[in-house]
Design a protein around this ligand. Structure first.
Ligand code: SF4
Length: 289
């Protein structure tokens, strides 16, 4: 299925956060509505597909709407939203993005994310977290070098497993190898990088996987679909094809026991730099025994 691509002029661009994001940033920013990676592996379990307000009845992965005035809106709205954050005793921190990927392939055509980043150079948030599933995140590396001097920038790259494929499911948005290389490139350029193993999928060689992450990133966060998809028991994900495909590879992987076992291995490779679930996204890492 190819995404139907449209443009729009949004009315708001900075969303005050709720749920698990509340502990991570004061605001989220979505340069697009929908996601052209919705038909890739990450789209199968993507929790955003359950957000009827956002999908407006359209199948996940079938649409992408570029918010072409996002940069102008950021410039116009940042002072008011910054003041709101301060009144709440928060820092003005922006998470980009929680319901799309800022580096979808159409970004090359629309440049919405790039223009938002340029607008942030003038009015930087106190922290900016870029969350992505693709190696295309390195495209704006020269811009990150400048931004880094003005805001606490960090990049989260999702790599759910060392496997590129699960039985019966589509290919990932970007191969595992390329995402690891992207992380390493950013890290070597001095940009803080976290790997989000989210949602955690069955890992073929955990020792090697976490050793590679340790060599390519500053920290790792493990998040299981149980507790990580916005429901306590993973009910949203259980309605998708993801758990059955995971179980076909490893029955244990659909339980929190698996997450905890993987976290133990990760801790050996990245001592003091392993986070789990919402606490991990908020920057709280596991204490070493
Ligand atoms: S890139 Fe993110 S928002 Fe897009 S389908 Fe994958 S998980 Fe969902």
């Amino acid at each position: 299925m190819t995404a139907h691509v449209t443009t729009t002029r949004a009315r708001n661009i900075l969303t005050r956060t709720s749920g698990y994001l509340k502990g991570v940033a004061s605001h989220s920013l979505q340069p697009y509505r929908g996601c052209s990676f919705g038909n890739a592996l990450c789209g199968v379990g993507c929790y955003v597909q359950h957000n009827a307000f956002l999908t407006r009845g359209q199948a996940w992965g079938s649409f992408l709407e570029a918010r072409v005035n996002a940069a102008e809106l950021y410039t116009a709205q940042q002072a008011k939203e910054r003041a709101w954050a301060y009144r709440k005793g928060l820092a003005f921190n922006v998470f980009m993005s929680s319901s799309t990927d800022p580096f979808v392939p159409h970004e090359q055509r629309f440049r919405v994310t790039e223009r938002v980043l340029q607008a942030m150079l003038e009015n930087p948030p106190e922290a900016l977290i870029l969350q992505t599933h693709t190696h295309l995140v390195t495209r704006y590396l020269p811009l990150y070098r400048v931004l880094r001097a003005r805001t606490a920038l960090r990049v989260h790259i999702s790599i759910e497993s060392d496997r590129d494929r699960l039985p019966g499911l589509p290919a990932p948005a970007s191969p595992v190898r390329r995402r690891l290389e992207a992380a390493k490139r950013l890290k070597e350029a001095g940009i803080p990088v976290l790997i989000t193993v989210s949602p955690l999928l069955p890992i073929a060689d955990p020792e090697r996987f976490f050793a590679e992450i340790a060599a390519s990133a500053d920290a790792v966060i493990l998040d299981h679909f149980i507790g990580g998809d916005g429901t306590r028991d993973g009910a949203r994900t259980l309605r998708t094809r993801l758990p059955a495909a995971m179980a076909e590879v490893s029955a244990e992987s659909t339980s929190l026991t698996y997450r905890d076992r993987m976290a133990g291995i990760a801790c050996r490779h990245l001592p003091g730099r392993v986070g789990v679930g919402g606490a991990g996204f908020a920057g709280r890492f596991l204490k070493m025994p």
